[in-house]
Design a protein around this ligand. Sequence first.
Ligand SMILES: *[C@@H]1O[C@H](CO)[C@@H](O)[C@H](O)[C@H]1NC(C)=O
Ligand SMILES: *[C@@H]1O[C@H](CO)[C@@H](O)[C@H](O)[C@H]1NC(C)=O
Ligand SMILES: *[C@@H]1O[C@H](CO)[C@@H](O)[C@H](O)[C@H]1NC(C)=O
Ligand SMILES: *[C@@H]1O[C@H](CO)[C@@H](O)[C@H](O)[C@H]1NC(C)=O
Length: 380
Amino acid sequence: MREKQTIRVTLLLSFLVLVTKGKGIRKKYYGEDNTLVLPYQQVNKTIQMKGGDVYDYIDVNAQPSLSDPRLKDHKIQMQPSSFPVGLDIDPLLSHSELQVQPSTIDCPVGTVPILRNNRNFTMAAHNIEGVGSTDLQREAAGIQYHGDVYGARASLNVYEPKVNKDSKDLSATWLQIKNGGEHRDKIGVGLEVNPSFSGDTFVRFHIGWADGLYKKSCIDHSCRGFVLVNHGWGLGTRLKLVSVYDGPQWELKVNIFKDPITKNWWVLCGKMNSPIGYWPSALFTFINHKGDYVFWGGFVQGPTVSSNAPQMGSGHFASEGFGKAAHIRNIQILNENNSYITPEENFDYGTTNSTLYTVDKFHVDTAGMSIYYGGPGSAV
Ligand SMILES: *[C@@H]1O[C@H](CO)[C@@H](O)[C@H](O)[C@H]1NC(C)=O
Ligand SMILES: *[C@@H]1O[C@H](CO)[C@@H](O)[C@H](O)[C@H]1NC(C)=O
Ligand SMILES: *[C@@H]1O[C@H](CO)[C@@H](O)[C@H](O)[C@H]1NC(C)=O
Ligand SMILES: *[C@@H]1O[C@H](CO)[C@@H](O)[C@H](O)[C@H]1NC(C)=O
């Protein structure tokens, strides 16, 4: 990969402009069936970011996820039991670039930020998938790996592909792990422009998962289950620094791995691999021990994808290369011995429709595999 331009591996969030006491605020939480749960959830503090996003700080032990019946006896894990070999780690509460809040803001330790989102979750809760679903129109471009994995990582080039605000389509850059044959459990992390979920066309950080047994797909807190532990980083958070075509490039490191002791699937994020939270092992049927498939790349999905496909990546074809096409690099899997390795076989790369989106410049070096991907969609 050409890197004459400096890639600053960082991620900044909207700055805080307002701090209010959340006392007495009545909060609604929507469960998987759009039913109201925990209507009088204790909010310890509420903050509003520049740009309008509002976060409620909730006691980590009172977060909505924990009301899932499968987590009845769940004991929160504040940190992984151990980390994969050779990973640089920033402790949970340090002031890294991952902080939602500048260090001058005193966020209560022991709380986690939950993005307030008044959108209707009914549709969104079923609208997050990686490759493999057949019920929605979708296209994908990237790398896939078939084989046993205990985690996977990548650095995602941050772009904000254009998606029609009034459509129910989304455009994502995603790392996904699956297991379970046809009835797959899936977990994923990455970046998405998803207007019908977030109500805007900004690129945001999301996690998503699908329960292969109950065939339910979830994003962030639209279902209960994902346990957030980082007090400085919320799901759905907006990425402030977005790469510019032929200009500054920004990346976000994402990492999913299975805790060898508790079997929970952790999400680490940012330059120093800060733990964000985890999917408790109890949520899943098929992916409890390991994954058997990984995807890294872009995907678009939604009802108008075949007639009016949104942009993927930077909106430019992969052949344009560094600074113009979107890239993913540092692509590796975690093996059974808790070490990152670059796959030498059982992987391939490609696109579902090369008229709309392409992949190019596949490359392997000591940091792993890298690839360019994306395209303009229907706006060719
Ligand atoms: C949040 O507020 C509740 C009620 O005031 C309090 O009992 C709890 O200790 C607070 N949690 C944190 C982490 O500050
Ligand atoms: C959410 O959207 C669905 C489908 O559009 C609709 O049936 C439902 O009434 C909406 N719920 C709320 C609370 O607005
Ligand atoms: C993991 O470690 C064991 C014991 O040292 C070894 O036999 C095995 O080959 C290793 N597996 C991989 C994938 O490196
Ligand atoms: C790719 O997309 C174009 C434009 O939507 C369409 O005309 C073509 O049939 C698609 N090709 C395949 C292989 O799906």
